[in-house]
Design a protein around this ligand. Structure first.
Ligand code: TXA
Ligand code: MG
Length: 348
């Protein structure tokens, strides 16, 4: 595996490798993606293999312009209402952290969609991703660049640690600004449904197209494995508590991590436990998602902090939920699935 930068020469190498069917991890504004040529079944199979991902789990195809949508999605199969919704959403929220489920074109290999008649499409906002897709000249299939079920990567180093020996290149585009995966919205039939909360807030979508349903999977046959009860999990045991509840746990011990949403929560905890921590020899690790209580900042820091705590080999990590509005819905969703009490595949 070789790490590339964002120079013209490096991006040409990345695009050339993708065209040849190699695997290239690429930066996007949400998380790093494990990219492969979306029209090449062998490249798609390599993605599943590198991720150790069950093949029932379909991939997102990434495009670099609205005009490319027609290559992967058959919009003639959409109802008038859905076409209208697609127009509003794609013109306002693309490029950005929104994935749309649409009827698929025959040219899209079944391996990309796990045999479904629909395809997931996203136009990412990251300039480096856009340039690579354009240079490659094909849609790029890219799941999050982590082994199946583990934390998503928000830095090139995370990808190198997790998948470095299984892929050809990593393009280092710096830290991901959004930090949680895209919101997945199904427009393919019936009313619009959010299949996965993510980097585009539900309120933003509803402001454009009216009410959308939040789809609650059965867990047994997930439409999106991000819907599996256990996903995005760190190695440490993660326990999730209501906001403000961490100060009621204790006494704190070495080998533990505490992740607070904002400084008032941390201050309250420190008032209660600070003296014992200061006098003890081995303190727990304290982290803050956002000093000023910004959900945008908290989303950007979420996986970053969980990766860091995992690298410290902590036994147990206590996290408080964040307000359930805007990007908070996506953060709470990821935390819920990352908690250690969740059983893989269990109903939600
Ligand atoms: O932000 C993101 O979306 C990142 C970056 C790299 O773009 N990608 C990402 O991909 O999160 P992945 O593969 O980790 O998650 C994609 C989700 C999966 O849970 C998959 O089941 C769902 O999208 N999906 C893909 N195609 C689908 C379809 N036709 N119908 C329903 N769900 C679909
Ligand atoms: Mg993923």
């Amino acid at each position: 595996m070789k790490i590339l930068g964002a120079s013209d020469a490096d991006l040409a190498v990345a695009a050339g490798a993708l065209r040849e069917g190699k695997l290239v991890a690429i930066p996007t504004e949400t998380v790093y993606g494990l990219g492969g040529n979306g029209f090449d079944p062998v490249a798609l199979a390599r993605i599943f293999e590198a991720k150790r991902r069950p093949t029932f789990d379909p991939l997102i195809l990434h495009i670099a312009g609205l005009e490319e949508l027609d290559r992967v999605a058959d919009l003639s199969l959409l109802s008038r209402e859905s076409v209208d919704r697609l127009d509003r959403l794609s013109h306002t929220l693309w490029p950005g952290p929104l994935t749309l489920i649409l009827p698929k074109r025959a040219a899209v290999p079944d391996l990309a969609t796990s045999g479904l008649s629909t395809v997931a499409v996203r136009f990412p906002a990251h300039r480096v991703a856009q340039r690579i897709i354009r240079l490659a000249g094909v849609p790029i299939a890219a799941p999050s660049a982590n082994p199946f079920g583990y934390l998503s990567p928000t830095r090139a180093e995370h990808v190198a640690q997790q998948l470095g020996d299984r892929i050809d290149y990593i393009v280092d585009g710096g830290r991901c600004s959004v930090g949680v995966e895209s919101t997945i919205l199904d427009l393919s039939s019936g009313g619009p449904r959010i299949l996965r909360p993510g980097g585009t807030a539900r309120e933003r979508i509803e402001g454009l197209i009216g009410p959308v349903e939040l789809w609650k999977g059965t867990g047994a046959t997930p439409t999106a494995p991000g819907q599996l009860a256990s996903h995005y999990a760190p190695h440490a045991a993660l326990e999730l508590y209501p906001r403000g509840a961490l100060e009621r746990l204790g006494p704190p011990q070495a080998g533990e991590g505490y992740v607070f949403f904002d400084s008032p929560s941390r201050e309250a905890w420190l008032r209660r436990w600070g003296p014992s921590v200061v006098s003890g020899t081995e303190a727990p690790v304290l982290r803050l998602l956002s000093e000023g209580g910004s959900l945008l900042e908290a989303a950007a820091n979420l996986f970053e902090i969980l990766h860091e705590l995992d690298s410290l080999a902590l036994k147990r990590v206590y996290v408080e939920r964040v307000p359930d509005e805007g990007l908070g819905a996506a953060i709470n969703d990821r935390l819920f699935r990352a908690r250690s009490t969740a059983k893989p595949g269990a109903p939600l």
